[in-house]
Design a protein around this ligand. Structure first.
Ligand SMILES: *[C@@H]1O[C@H](CO)[C@@H](O)[C@H](O)[C@H]1NC(C)=O
Ligand SMILES: *[C@@H]1O[C@H](CO)[C@@H](O)[C@H](O)[C@H]1NC(C)=O
Ligand SMILES: *[C@@H]1O[C@H](CO)[C@@H](O)[C@H](O)[C@H]1NC(C)=O
Length: 467
């Protein structure tokens, strides 16, 4: 080889000294790396527990969908939003084979095993809860290779897959994790548990926990015949294994009806992971039906998934305006100085899941504020119209909801369009663990069109009109 010939030809005493120095440095480096496996480039020779150094990716996540032959085909528009046969791994568990019309763009189906021997005594409930809980055992027994996380959900759960990959990469799948979120409804949590992952919102179980859960689940199913749902059965069994819920607020059970605007415009400072019950709520964009609304949202999700619905607030000091952006969805402009903490509470645009006299039914797990009946008392609202991106800058444009006949200050009345510029959010794990809201600046407003720039806040910058 050329380089070794060169080495031999040019060896002199001085050179030999240098060569020895290089070798000893290499040897020291070897000692350092071999005592610290996480730094070593030779993953293949390491014990199993250090292999997680390979970053989590889509192929390590297996989605497990609880469905039925009756609902599977009808949920196609939602499944197709997030599932793609080439990049997502999923199985749908059905009671009976689906109608032959189902296509290759839906997850492959598995027929659940017979669960008629297990007890079910919840009055007015559905026995299918047992079948849907037992999916957690039957999926593990399929022995799919290289699964780090099992994600359970319903056939009307819409997942945000890239965000799940990012959020789950905070956790070690070789430890026992049960990750999800409870209901938005105080009543639902009080009835089930504040520490239960609600199944429609979806939840994640690490592969190490799933393997153990699969071994003991049947015994739990015998003990919890008195419970209503499949998620409460899983919760009970996980609790018996001594494991508690890790809360991730990006999972949304959506135990509410009507207009989700208030929920979607004040999303917590965490990536959006799921939305459920989208058939039970109004379309989220005013002029589109339910499925087209979600497709429209996904146009933004595809460009910058981690930023979707992330709220940032900026102020126009000269016109005294407050601008609250829920990225990829809507912008609200309010005349006056609204303090940030007030904008983080949810406008009560929705109604309760259950209708009844019990006042607990309309209590939520959020701070709420009023959403005036009078449209002229509401903020001027702009919904996502279009999205453009190149390698550096993402440009989202939002247009005014309707021609506004209200008496408003000119600075609000004449606004037709808002364009927001941002960069793709690419936080590392440490930033995900300690997230910080971004800041924005109003660049200019010309001819009814406002331009806003979203950026990282300065070290001690405050989100306020006169910081
Ligand atoms: C999946 O990959 C195959 C082969 O690369 C390709 O022909 C097909 O169009 C892809 N399907 C989708 C839905 O992207
Ligand atoms: C929604 O609207 C689009 C186009 O307007 C239409 O093609 C689609 O069938 C509609 N979907 C539903 C579920 O009504
Ligand atoms: C202002 O906006 C209106 C409506 O989009 C447009 O017709 C008009 O040409 C614009 N004027 C200028 C000076 O850009």
């Amino acid at each position: 080889m050329r380089s070794s010939n060169l080495l031999l030809k040019t060896i002199t005493p001085f050179c030999l000294q240098k060569t020895l120095l290089v070798f000893s440095l290499l040897f020291i480096a070897y000692l350092i790396f071999s005592s610290n496996p996480s730094l070593s480039p030779f993953h293949a020779h390491l014990p199993r527990h250090t292999r997680r150094a390979f970053p989590l990716s889509r192929r390590h996540i297996l989605f497990v969908i609880g469905s039925s032959s009756g609902s599977f085909a009808a949920r196609r528009p939602y499944l197709r939003l997030w599932y793609s046969p080439n990049t997502t791994r999923a199985f749908a568990f059905l009671d009976r084979p689906p109608s032959p019309s189902s296509d290759g763009l839906l997850p492959p189906t598995v027929i659940s095993q017979d669960t008629s021997a297990f007890p079910y005594s919840f009055k007015g409930g559905f026995r299918s809860a047992i079948r849907l809980a037992r999916i957690a055992k039957e999926i593990v027994e399929l022995r799919e290779p290289d699964v780090r996380w099992f994600i359970f959900g319903d056939d009307d759960t819409v997942f945000f897959v890239d965000n799940l990959v990012k959020v789950l990469s905070k956790y070690d799948h070789t430890r026992w994790y049960y990750i999800g979120s409870n209901s938005e409804s105080y009543y639902q949590n009080a009835k089930n548990s504040f520490e239960m992952a609600f199944g429609g919102g979806g939840f994640a179980i690490s592969s190490s926990l799933a393997i153990v859960l699969a071994r003991v689940l049947d015994s739990c199913l015998l003990r919890y015949g008195h419970l209503y749902g499949s998620d409460s059965r899983i919760f009970s069994c996980v609790a018996e294994l001594g494991v508690g819920l890790t809360h991730e607020p990006g999972f949304h059970q959506v135990d509410m009806r009507g207009n989700l605007f208030g929920l979607l415009t004040a999303h917590p400072l965490a990536p959006l992971l799921s939305l459920h019950h989208l058939d039970k709520v109004d379309p989220i964009f005013p002029k589109l039906n339910r499925s087209d609304s979600m497709k429209h949202l996904f146009a933004a999700v595809k460009v910058d998934p981690l930023r979707i619905l992330q709220q940032c607030v900026c102020y126009d000091r000269s016109n005294l305006l407050t601008v609250s952006i829920s990225w990829g969805y809507a912008i609200q402009v309010i005349k006056g100085n609204e303090l940030l903490p007030d904008l983080l509470s949810l406008q009560r645009t929705f109604t309760s899941w259950r209708r009844g006299m019990n006042s607990d039914l309309s209590r939520y797990m959020y701070s709420l504020r009023d959403y005036p009946r009078d449209v002229c008392k509401r903020p001027a609202t702009f919904f996502l119209e279009s999205i453009l991106s190149d390698h550096h800058v993402v440009q989202t444009t939002y247009s005014r909801q309707y021609p506004d006949t209200c008496v408003r200050d000119n600075s609000v009345k004449n606004l037709r369009k808002i364009t927001a510029f941002s960069r793709k959010l690419e936080p590392d794990i440490e930033q995900l663990k300690a997230p910080r809201r971004q800041c924005c600046d109003i660049l200019r407003t010309i001819n009814g069109s406002m331009h806003v720039n979203i950026r990282q806040c300065g070290p001690t910058e405050l989100i306020a009109i006169h910081p």
